[in-house]
Design a protein around this ligand. Structure first.
Ligand code: NCD
Ligand code: ZN
Length: 346
């Protein structure tokens, strides 16, 4: 029987939502991870330190199953952010980073950034105070094909941001293309990238061929097989520039299976087992720890967790629940297109 022991992982990108969802979702994350970067795209986005601190208190209340758990809060970048409030919140460890959503690019991003140059004063202050910038790297432009929006963002926006703010610590989040992998590999800037489990596993044909699979729909949208392969080699790379952010993004099943289905995949409850299987299938199991437990902490200059987790390979494939129920809501659990034999030991 095969067993592995690795440093306890962190989730560098998660959506907890609000209200009823928190009680169920937060403990699912906190039992698996010691830290999680929490996305600010709530119905009313987190734009001030007061909101962040209120939200953080709620998350801490629901994460008592792990005394070490630390929700790392983000502020939603827009032109109106109060720079003094931001700096104070960062110094007081209320917030950890700032999140850039191009306006309209994804769920709850309508109040995001329309013109990046109008946020330059904020980015300048972030540079000085060493506050990381997390980026949803897609342009929102009708002229640009949805499959090209990451590349165009890199060419038109990210290159500019990197040039103006060479010292800014940047995470290009949930990358989906070979182009993004090459950009990150080739840059000498303080720029790294996160990758989701589902983008390592699926390509756009998995979502679209023969029948349409709304539960594989997420943003940035799945790309070609050659892109998926490039993401895999990035995840296996020893250069430590790539790390896991689950982008676990729950939506009620009714809002996924609809005329206008929401983007987002919920993968919290099986992401570690699923990734162990992906890495093993590619004979890269020895790189799993770097990807889920080391590289992100190095990028954010945080200590590695001192706890460990153990995974055991079992004979029969593991069945995960199909849905997570929260009162009248149902959240579909990510189902990869292969069998999982790795079990997490409690
Ligand atoms: C996320 C969500 O639902 O909040 N959706 C997604 O498809 N990833 C937003 C995001 O991270 O883009
Ligand atoms: Zn996200």
């Amino acid at each position: 029987m095969k067993k592995i022991e690795i440093i306890k992982p962190d989730d560098w990108h998660v959506h907890f939502r609000e209200g009823l969802f928190l009680e169920k979702l937060v403990p699912e994350t906190s039992k698996l991870f010691n830290r999680a970067i929490v996305m600010p795209n709530l119905t009313f986005p987190i734009v001030s330190s007061n909101q962040a601190s209120e939200y953080k208190k709620q998350l801490l209340d629901f994460s008592k199953n792990n005394e070490y758990f630390e929700p790392l809060m983000t502020l939603y970048l827009n032109e109106e952010i109060d720079i003094k409030d931001l700096i104070k919140a960062y110094e007081n460890k209320i917030i950890f980073a700032v999140k850039l959503y191009p306006a309209g690019a994804t769920t709850n991003s309508s109040k995001g950034v329309k013109d990046i140059t109008k946020t330059y004063k904020i980015l300048e202050a972030m540079c000085k105070c060493k506050i990381p910038l997390l980026i949803h790297g897609e342009v929102n432009n009708k002229e640009i094909d949805v499959f090209d929006r990451e590349k165009v963002f890199i060419d038109n926006e990210l290159t500019q941001i990197c040039k103006e703010f060479p010292n800014l610590k940047i995470t290009l989040e949930h990358i989906t293309t070979k182009y993004a992998v090459q950009f990150v590999n080739n840059t000498k800037r303080n720029l790294k990238a996160s990758i989701t489990p589902h983008h390592l596993i699926l390509n756009r044909s998995d979502m679209l061929e023969h029948t349409i699979k709304p539960h594989y729909y997420c943003l940035p949208i799945l790309k070609r097989e050659e892109d998926r392969k490039a993401l895999l080699s990035a995840a296996f790379n020893t250069n430590k520039k790539f790390f896991m952010g689950t982008d676990s993004a729950p939506h009620d099943i009714k809002n996924k299976e609809a005329d206008c289905g929401c983007a987002g995949i919920f993968n919290t409850i099986n992401c570690i087992q699923v990734l162990a299987q992906v890495f093993e299938n590619n004979r890269q199991l020895n790189m799993l720890e770097n990807f889920i437990s080391v590289n992100g902490a190095l990028h954010y200059e945080l200590p590695l967790n001192s706890e460990k987790i153990r995974l055991k390979k079992v004979k029969d494939p593991i069945n995960f629940p199909n849905v997570l129920k929260i009162n009248n809501f149902k959240i579909k659990v990510f189902k990869p297109n292969f069998k999982i034999f790795w079990q997490l030991e409690s």
